[in-house]
Design a protein around this ligand. Structure first.
Ligand code: ZN
Ligand code: ZN
Length: 235
């Protein structure tokens, strides 16, 4: 499995990082893990043809994680995608996608390709990869989930929760959000909590992502690997 970081920024693009979108490739199957509004920037910046994507998996329904879907959809419509696009996301994916479409591209109801929107339950399969979606502790209205796709684990956005231990168990790579330096009001995981629980996370490699400005200000970290836009990881 191959991972390319298109964007690993948080909602406010601290550090000039693009919104969260990871390109995951296995056996020629290409999926996007989260689809931030800057996804087309990320793909084109690295010379990746947006048409080459087979599927998208969304962790939760905050704009910085799914807001790129309307742009991808209009791109595929405008440039004549010839095959279906499969999108997996939490319950309410279709409803929120249609709201976003109506707001961003009013009246654009024609679609010259097939868009398959699916809501996941606990386990599902995408491109032959076994996937797991576990509810995490973030803004409830966004239906937040952490995801496991084959050997890759991703926290999504969440406060520290023991569910992260389950997600990370046996993973080759775990991408864990770290939105804050110390625990605070926003529903994000803090560096302080990750340090405290690091030894319990049983994954081979752990990378921090979705860094808030206060965490970016502490880089480089002596004890954690941190994602960068454009980074490539062999899994
Ligand atoms: Zn986010
Ligand atoms: Zn979020």
């Amino acid at each position: 499995m191959f991972l390319k970081v298109l964007g690993c920024g948080e909602a406010f693009s601290a550090g000039g990082r693009l919104h969260t979108s990871f390109l995951v490739e296995q056996d020629g199957f290409r999926l996007l893990l989260d689809c931030g509004p800057s996804v087309l920037v990320g793909l084109r910046r690295h010379g990746i043809d947006p048409m080459s994507l087979d599927a998208v998996v969304i962790s939760h329904l905050h704009g910085d994680h799914f807001g790129g879907l309307p742009f991808l959809d209009r791109f595929y419509h405008a440039f004549g995608r010839s095959r279906p696009l499969v999108v997996w996301g939490p319950p309410l994916l279709r409803e929120r996608f249609e709201l976003a479409m109506g707001a961003f591209f009013p009246g654009s109801v024609e679609r010259r390709y097939e868009l398959e929107l699916h809501s996941y339950a606990r386990s599902f399969s995408v491109g032959g990869l076994e996937a797991l979606a576990l509810p995490v502790d973030h803004d409830e209205l966004t239906n937040p989930h952490g995801l496991r796709i084959g050997p890759l684990a991703f926290s999504g956005d969440t406060r520290w929760t023991s569910t992260l231990l389950e997600l990370a168990e046996g993973a080759s790579v775990f991408l864990c959000e770290c939105g804050l330096a110390v625990p605070g009001k926003p529903k994000h995981c803090s560096l302080e909590e990750l340090r405290r629980h690091r030894s319990l996370l049983r994954c081979k490699r752990l990378f921090l992502t979705h860094l808030g400005q206060d965490v970016l200000d502490l880089l480089p970290l002596p004890d954690f690997e941190v994602l960068e836009d454009g980074m490539e990881i062999q899994i």
